[in-house]
Design a protein around this ligand. Sequence first.
Ligand code: SF4
Ligand code: SF4
Length: 297
Amino acid sequence: MKQLLILSGKGGTGKTTIASAFIKLSGAKVYADCDVDAPNLHLLMVQQDVPQIFDYYALPKAKIDSDKCIECDRCRQNCKFDAIFQNEFYFVDEFACEGCGVCELVCPVSAITFHQASAGDLILYKNDKRVFSTAQLKMGSGTSGKLVTEVKKQMQTAAINTEFAIIDGSPGIGCPVIASLSGVDMVLIVAEPSLSGISDMERIIKTAKQFKTKIAVCVNKFDTNYENTNLIEQFCQEKNISFVGKIPFDHLVVKAVNNGQTIVDIECLAGRAVIAVYERLITLFNKYNNKGENRND
Ligand code: SF4
Ligand code: SF4
């Protein structure tokens, strides 16, 4: 399965708006939302089917049996994550516990055990025509990179014989982005024409290069800062990275999103620009994947 990933350095750049438009334009039968902290692709790609929902378990959490505990304080003193507190009894803060197991080792009376705690939901929409894999991490659960890997695995398992998939990646540059990048064939970075946007873009490009993934860049809301848009274009030219176009700010985008539509479902300037970006990108995607070329080596 060839995979196209859409990324951005931070939230609010229009990454999901562009991903949903690409899904519509390509007629992709398989897609995933890897923004497990705040998934929202399902709001634009409205699903009629009832999803299958599976518990996602991350790291096991420590638990103190107050009947056995002799209040020696060793566990609290040795917990590097400050997850153990003393109130009326000793107890573990599940949000802080990283499941390292040190407390269990130092406890002289075996009062500490581990239990699996649900860290979120893994969600699958599947019918004859389409597979949509997504997830929702519980607040404060951490391990979002691991859940992103599960979302992608679920997508691939549910759609074994499909040739093409589009993945809406996680914002930022942390663990979930690295998990999103693993195994994809091309990444489109949606850049924002601000100084922080340029810095975010450069950092993602650096990360993506380590995965030997083909990279393309587009700028969203380019007309909010022409100077920075030019800097992004220049940067791409100097680094031999494919620049696939610019999308203007368009107030109709918000209207489409609020109606649960993609921007290519309505007639608007941004929608037309996204179609042009898509056409350039998919030409490159096919070229790289048919000929095995790699511009970013
Ligand atoms: S498992 Fe590790 S992080 Fe969790 S309470 Fe014990 S020592 Fe602290
Ligand atoms: S190490 Fe064991 S006995 Fe000591 S305070 Fe912690 S749970 Fe209680």
